[in-house]
Design a protein around this ligand. Structure first.
Ligand SMILES: *Cc1c(COP(=O)(O)O)cnc(C)c1O
Length: 397
């Protein structure tokens, strides 16, 4: 470790590579070596690196006006808010600077919703293996003991259920009148790329309606075209009451958003919530540029098409490899679950010039930019299937 690296708190065990430049799905290190990026900074750079339209928008805005304050009106914030509402069918937006902050807004909104109904100790249903962030409220909502360890006392007011188990949700509602909201990811990302079973969201919608609770979707990873729709809930016919976004919304510019509709749209009043940076002219200008590029290039359709192709090809190539438990995902959010932990695959891929991610210990996760070419998709397929095959064969010997 260099002295400079030692100056950082060791919250990450980092790979020994520093990128100095990016373009599209490519990154270059200081020695000029090129890498193919199949993780997009964890679903952030969906438009690829150094996307011209976004860079130009940020640059122009930085030269014009970066920040004022939420005590004033902010035209870019209004424009992005309007755009996200039009795309999602939700009605109002609160802007934050990260995913965790977007979820904090959702959690506060749900609690206030409960208090306004006279519920003193509102309860939010959350899921096993979920991930919602690293602040105290969001790590409490997160279904991962390792993320929570050492940070107690955690918050009250959360009940955990098995992911995708609609019976468990129905039972909770039947037995607990204090449940004010359900918070769930349409596809769990950090938890290992698990897709909600068909019909779950429709049934959860109906339960929330019956019990006057909010259906809150964490679309921080699944949103912004990643799964083949603007938002993953659009694979179904339902509309959530609350949806959170971040990651790809700024293509690298930090920005988060909490959207609300119907009975959730008018919960916050002046003084209930706020953020110094949230929704500032610079971040929202980046968001507007991202939305425009996604719209103009129909990237939701692109993600769906490429996602099907990648999933089919990976499944075909790994069909005869014992030790591969599943190939699954939605759009360009893909997971390959192996029989054993495989974190070392990340380093092996790096040596091959490919950036991948491993989550939940034994799931290779692919989150390539939505703008990858067929040639790049083929390289990801070839390299990943070969690495997985070799990894499992060596271990079986
Ligand atoms: C990444 C992520 C978060 C947290 O976002 P941060 O910007 O890191 O705070 C929350 N929920 C989901 C589903 C995520 O993927």
């Amino acid at each position: 470790m260099t002295d400079a690296q030692g100056s950082l708190m060791s919250t990450y065990s980092r790979l020994p590579v520093t990128f100095v430049k990016g373009e599209g799905a490519s990154l270059w290190d200081a020695d000029g070596r090129q890498y193919l990026d199949a993780m997009s900074g964890i679903a952030v750079c969906s438009l690829g690196h150094a996307r011209r339209e976004v860079a130009d928008a940020i640059s122009e805005q930085a030269h014009t006006l970066m920040h004022t304050s939420n005590v004033f009106c902010i035209a870019n914030q209004e424009a992005l808010g309007q755009k996200l509402c039009a795309l999602s069918g939700l009605e109002r937006v609160f802007f934050a600077n990260s995913g965790a902050e977007a979820n904090e807004a959702a959690i506060k909104l749900a609690r206030l919703y409960g208090h306004k109904k006279g519920i003193e100790c509102p309860v939010i249903a959350v899921m096993e293996h979920s991930f919602h962030g690293r602040t105290l409220a969001t790590l409490t909502a997160t279904g991962n003991a390792r993320i929570q360890a050492g940070f107690g006392p955690l918050l009250e007011g959360f009940v955990r259920l098995p992911y995708g188990d609609i019976e468990a949700l129905a039972q909770l509602f039947a037995g607990n009148p204090d449940v004010v909201a359900v918070l769930v990811e349409p596809v769990q990302g950090e938890g290992g790329v698990h897709v909600l079973p068909q019909g779950y969201l429709e049934q959860a919608r109906a339960l929330c309606d019956t019990h006057d609770a909010l259906l809150m979707l964490d679309e921080i990873q699944t949103g912004m075209c990643r799964t083949g729709r603007w938002f993953a809930f659009q694979h179904t016919g339902i509309r959530p009451d609350v949806m959170t976004l971040a990651k790809a919304l700024g293509n690298g510019m930090p920005i988060g958003a909490c959207l609300a509709a119907g009975k959730a749209a008018d919960i916050f009043a002046p003084g209930n919530h706020g953020s110094t940076f949230g929704g500032n002219p610079l971040a929202c200008r980046a968001g507007l540029a991202v939305v425009a590029v996604m719209e103009e290039n129909n990237l939701a359709a692109q993600a769906e098409l490429l996602g099907v192709y990648l999933q089919e090809q990976l499944r075909a190539r790994l069909a005869d490899v014992s030790g591969v438990r599943a190939v699954r995902g939605l759009g360009l959010m893909l997971g390959i679950e192996l029989e054993r932990d495989c974190a070392e695959l990340v380093k092996q891929a790096l040596v091959q010039g490919l950036l991948i991610n491993v989550t939940a210990g034994n799931v290779v996760r692919l989150l390539p930019p939505l703008v990858i070419s067929m040639a790049e998709a083929d390289r990801i397929i070839a390299t990943v299937s070969e690495l997985v095959r070799r990894f499992l064969e060596e271990k079986n010997e």
